[in-house]
Design a protein around this ligand. Structure first.
Ligand code: SAH
Length: 236
């Protein structure tokens, strides 16, 4: 079970989880004494960032990959996990490049409502969970420090790249979610079951609307530097 560090220090080694290589490549390039290995089929690079011990995992896209990557980081000895990457913005007023830090996360594609269960509930629990409050506060402070706009709220995750105004409205309304992506809630569920604190930082790459498939790849040019700047700013 996680015990909060004395004196409010950032946990270490700090696990950083990126679905795609492009999302973590600037962090990886900034690591001192980098060492790579493969755990549960995914690359995990350990090293020092501003002297802080870091474990960077490339998990792959989607919920199964996210859960395995959390397990890989737990196996590697991570004391906490920060998931970084992009999301489609759902909340009014969110702009491309704004940050979203999750308060809590839910799998929008988990559905046993046929048995009278609430949407997103399966096997006795909600599919997702709360983000760690302390790590999330640190993320909000870090994003603010690097001069980016940040919003807190619920993130919905599912094995679907949402690229339709109709579908994104459904998810926003059904789950009161501010952003949608493909890993966060699965990572949160896995981290909760493994007793690891986890926080989620997403940069809005698109509006999860009919233009999303065009907007998303264009935004990838910025993602590596934003992730690095935020994680560095977290490490005081
Ligand atoms: N480029 C990959 C697919 C990436 S899927 C391929 O070619 O196969 C999109 C990734 O960005 C996921 O990791 C997801 O978490 C995030 N994402 C960004 N915008 C999203 C959206 N509108 N819907 C769902 N996930 C989104």
């Amino acid at each position: 079970m996680y015990v909060k560090p004395q004196g409010g220090a950032l946990p270490q080694p700090l696990g950083i989880l990126a679905a795609m290589a492009v999302e973590g490549q600037a962090i990886e390039a900034a690591l001192a004494v980098p060492q790579s290995r493969v755990i549960l089929g995914r690359p995990v690079v350990s090293g020092l960032l501003k002297g802080h011990r870091v474990l960077l995992a490339y998990g792959g896209v989607g919920k199964v990959n996210a859960a395995l990557a959390v397990a890989a980081l737990a196996d590697a000895g991570a004391a906490a996990i920060v998931l970084v990457g992009t999301a489609g913005g759902l909340a009014a007023g969110l702009k491309t490049g704004d940050a979203v830090v999750a308060t809590d996360l839910i799998q929008h594609d988990v559905d046993v409502t046929a048995f009278g269960r609430p949407a997103g509930f399966i096997d006795g629990e909600m599919a997702g969970g709360s983000a760690d409050a302390d790590l999330s506060d640190r993320l909000v402070a870090a994003v603010t420090q690097i001069g980016q706009t940040v919003r807190r709220g619920r993130i919905a995750s599912g094995d679907q790249f949402v690229a339709s105004q109709i579908r994104s409205r459904e998810i926003a309304d059904q789950f009161d979610a501010v952003a949608v992506e493909m890993e966060g809630a699965a990572a949160a569920q896995a981290a909760r079951q493994l007793g690891l604190p986890l926080a989620v930082l997403r940069w809005v790459s698109d509006g999860a609307d009919d233009q999303a498939a065009d907007d998303f790849p264009k935004f990838l040019a910025h993602i590596a530097d934003l992730d690095l700047a935020a994680v560095k700013a977290m490490i005081v």
